[in-house]
Write a protein that binds this ligand. Structure first.
Ligand SMILES: Cc1cc2nc3c(=O)[nH]c(=O)nc-3n(C[C@H](O)[C@H](O)[C@H](O)COP(=O)(O)OP(=O)(O)OC[C@H]3O[C@@H](n4cnc5c(N)ncnc54)[C@H](O)[C@@H]3O)c2cc1C
Length: 473
């Protein structure tokens, strides 16, 4: 029986710059079983929806094609990971299994179980810590405790930043008995247009972004109608591109940029990648955040949780154009601009007075880039319940957010066609249009487009009272 190694692909669905896959190639003398396991517990979770599953299914197909170019293929197996992997080890004589560590609490529990099953059967697990740019256990305060505030975390993170040289695709020889075609998962499809899942596309996107748009990222990232951000989140979510490769490109762009505002674009983008690491270390060190507020006092908030308001928010029919455009961007593309995510999250919690967990779950169901750590961090930040969060009393005004970040209403008009003819002056508060103008632009508020379902000023006061009630004097 030939010796080989199994590489268990999870959130590292790439061949290049993949240290765990490179380890597999090394330990297996290039004979590697490239394995993906469909775990029904994850697939059937109420936090997973067709958009992310469809993108994952697509990526499995393109990953298989990329493996085929190397003379290998993807094996897709179904069932409990510990059982599946052990059976494969026995069948193919694999003496080692490699994977990339995942700091999420449920992933750690699963991986500990898999590792001990393997060890008990004489198989060595090789685990590489590369889901974040700096490992989650490495950035600690002088007292050895985790950071809960981003700025000092980032300072220390920057000091620890040592990015290894990029790894090429390792040699991958086929293993006898592995079928040349995988048994593809039968997952629900989606109607949203999916990003191209090939690794080369992710690399191209990174190259284009870091050679051009990164220089104006500092301001451009907040303009809702512009593609001012990288659009890399679905690729980073599934590890189609490595975060280390992104960091390398950011640092190179920083060196090349003129020493002015352009350089700060690259610096700010690198810090966004650090936010990604920050929230993964928060979930690692404080696993309770997955279900509860980071600050326990906020678990006592008596949310209104009005089902009709929630349905209007999901459907993009709140009567606040910027909120509705953002929610419709989500339902029609499976992605939402970061500024828009902040606006709708603030609106759900502090205007509609709905528990942040409802919104967090809805986002996980819809987002192609849905990532438990970043999503949880973003929601708790917006709700004011999290680490280093937006203070509870800072409540976005949806009208002025629209005016600032979508000044000509282009974003609103793209996603809310009912408002296509509304003049810029009224685009973020169309209910203020005089009735004669409403008729002229074919947009009767309450008929063609909803009237605001709540009054911002009234709800703001209610939210402040609601938060104050659970805070110590
Ligand atoms: C309520 C809310 C929910 C969010 N949910 C998710 C989520 O499920 N998945 C997700 O990847 N991001 C999430 N974010 C963070 C952010 O909105 C997205 O990462 C970003 O919009 C993705 O677009 P981009 O790739 O063009 O980002 P860029 O601006 O180009 O940033 C590059 C990368 O940095 C990381 N990043 C950027 N901002 C953040 C941030 N604030 N927190 C953590 N990582 C960040 C992402 O991996 C992103 O792809 C959420 C933010 C909020 C406010």
């Amino acid at each position: 029986m030939s010796t080989c190694t199994i590489h268990w692909f999870r959130r590292d669905l790439r061949l290049a710059d993949n240290p765990a896959l490179t380890m597999a190639s090394h330990h297996g003398k290039h004979r590697v079983i490239a394995l993906f396991i469909v775990d029904d517990q994850l697939v059937d979770s109420p936090r997973v929806g067709p958009n992310r599953l469809a993108f994952l299914a697509d990526r499995l197909r393109t990953l298989h094609a990329e493996l085929q170019q190397q003379g290998s293929s993807l094996l897709i197996a179904y069932g409990d990971p510990a059982e599946v992997i052990l059976q494969l080890c026995k069948k193919h004589g694999a003496a080692g299994v490699t994977w990339q560590a995942d700091p999420a609490p449920w992933a750690r529990r699963r991986d500990e179980r898999v590792a001990s099953t393997l060890q008990n059967n004489g198989v060595t697990p090789y685990i590489h810590d590369s889901q974040t740019i700096v490992p989650v256990t490495q950035v600690l305060t002088d007292k050895g405790t985790p950071y809960t505030v981003f700025t000092p975390y980032y300072r220390n993170w920057s000091r620890q930043l040592r990015i290894p040289a990029a790894l090429p695709v390792p040699p991958l020889l086929p293993v006898a008995g592995i079928p040349s075609q995988p048994t593809w998962p039968n997952w629900p499809t989606t109607t949203v247009p999916l990003p191209d899942s090939r690794a080369a596309t992710a690399q191209q996107l990174l190259a284009t972004f870091t050679s051009q748009r990164i220089n104006t990222y500092d301001d451009g990232r907040n303009v809702l109608a512009q593609a001012g951000t990288s659009g890399l989140s679905p690729y980073l979510r599934f590890g189609i591109i490595s975060p280390q490769e992104c960091a390398r490109a950011a640092i190179a762009a920083q060196r090349l940029a003129p020493p002015t505002a352009a350089r700060s674009g690259a610096e700010v983008w690198l810090s966004e990648l650090a936010w990604r690491d920050f929230y993964q270390q928060i979930l690692y060190h404080f696993p309770h955040v997955a279900n509860y507020a980071f600050r326990p006092m906020y678990d006592d908030i008596a949310w209104d949780n009005n089902q009709n308001y929630f349905a209007a928010w999901c459907a993009g029919r709140t009567g606040y154009p910027i909120v509705d455009a953002a929610m419709r961007q989500l339902s029609s593309t499976g992605w939402m601009h970061n500024r828009a995510r902040m606006i709708v999250a603030s609106f759900l919690t502090k205007d509609l007075l709905i528990d942040w967990r409802w919104g967090e779950r809805y986002f996980m169901q819809q987002l192609i880039d849905g990532d438990s750590a970043a999503n949880n961090g973003g929601w708790q930040w917006s709700a004011g319940t999290g680490t280093d969060a937006q203070p509870y009393f800072r409540i976005f005004n949806p009208t002025s957010q629209g005016e600032t970040f979508d000044p000509d209403g282009a974003y609103v008009k793209r996603y809310v066609p009912e408002l296509a003819n509304v003049p810029t002056k009224y685009i973020h508060a169309p209910w203020l249009m005089p009735p004669v103008l409403m008729r002229e632009v074919h947009c009767l508020i309450g008929h063609d487009y909803p009237a605001p379902i709540v009054d911002h000023a009234t709800q703001r006061a209610k939210a402040l009272a609601m938060y104050k009630l659970v805070r110590p004097e």
